[in-house]
Design a protein around this ligand. Structure first.
Ligand SMILES: [Zn+2]
Length: 220
């Protein structure tokens, strides 16, 4: 299910308008950090909205972090705010992300057309999985409900890279015994020596079983 975008009403709408009415040269990503009561109020509204609709779940790594302290979460500009200040308060350019994903993604490019002037509202305009325009599971799979992410489409692969989703791998790798990598190597050697397709198939079947066992041990 796609996310419900934030809405601005009353005073909040005025705060956004004050920014969007500025001429293009006066717009800047720094405006976001202005120590201004109205901006703070607006940001609080954005964060609260997305915490609820995302159910305290990061749009990129899908980690659920239930903390009432808002500092645990970042408001994420899907198209980064510094190179593209024009989209600073664009409703569908905002979500919340965990600190790790947001920190890794930073100012990396996410657009197909980097010179885009109007806000892109289509999935095909983005090189990453867009939280508002794409269905996550169609692009990124997770191995046995673990935090091992597999990009299944070009967008999925790009998202895994841009958000650094491989950062969880060392944790799993810790459980990988040297025995299992040695065994995999032995299987590979045996496969090289197979003389018929049937022999190769048989070794592959054994290898699959063995690897699955080793993988389950790692993930448990
Ligand atoms: Zn995350």
């Amino acid at each position: 299910m796609l996310l419900k975008a934030v809405e601005y009403e009353g005073e909040l709408q005025d705060t956004v308008k004050a920014y969007t009415d500025l001429d293009e040269t006066s717009k800047s990503g720094d405006y976001w950090d202005k120590k201004d009561a109205d901006i703070k109020k607006l940001k609080k509204h954005i964060k609260q909205h997305y915490l609820v609709v995302q159910d305290y779940t990061c749009v990129y790594c899908k980690q659920k972090i239930i903390v009432t302290h808002g500092m645990a979460w970042d408001i994420e500009h899907i198209i980064p705010k510094s190179p593209y200040p024009k989209f600073l308060f664009e409703e569908e350019n905002l979500v919340i992300a965990c600190k790790d994903c947001n920190g890794t993604k930073k100012n990396k490019h996410v657009l197909v057309n980097k010179k885009r002037k109007t806000f892109p509202k289509n999935s095909k305009d983005y090189i990453i999985v867009h939280p508002h325009f794409d269905v996550y599971d169609e692009h990124i799979g997770r191995l046995a409900d673990s935090k091992i992410y597999v990009g299944n489409t070009p967008k999925g692969i790009e998202t895994v890279l841009i958000c650094g989703l491989h950062r969880f791998l060392p944790k799993y790798a810790e459980n990988l015994s040297l025995d299992s990598s040695k065994r995999a190597q032995e299987f590979a050697n045996t496969m090289n020596e197979a003389k018929t397709k049937e022999e190769t198939f048989f070794i592959m079947a054994l290898m699959k079983k063995d690897l699955e066992q080793a993988m389950n041990n790692m993930l448990s």
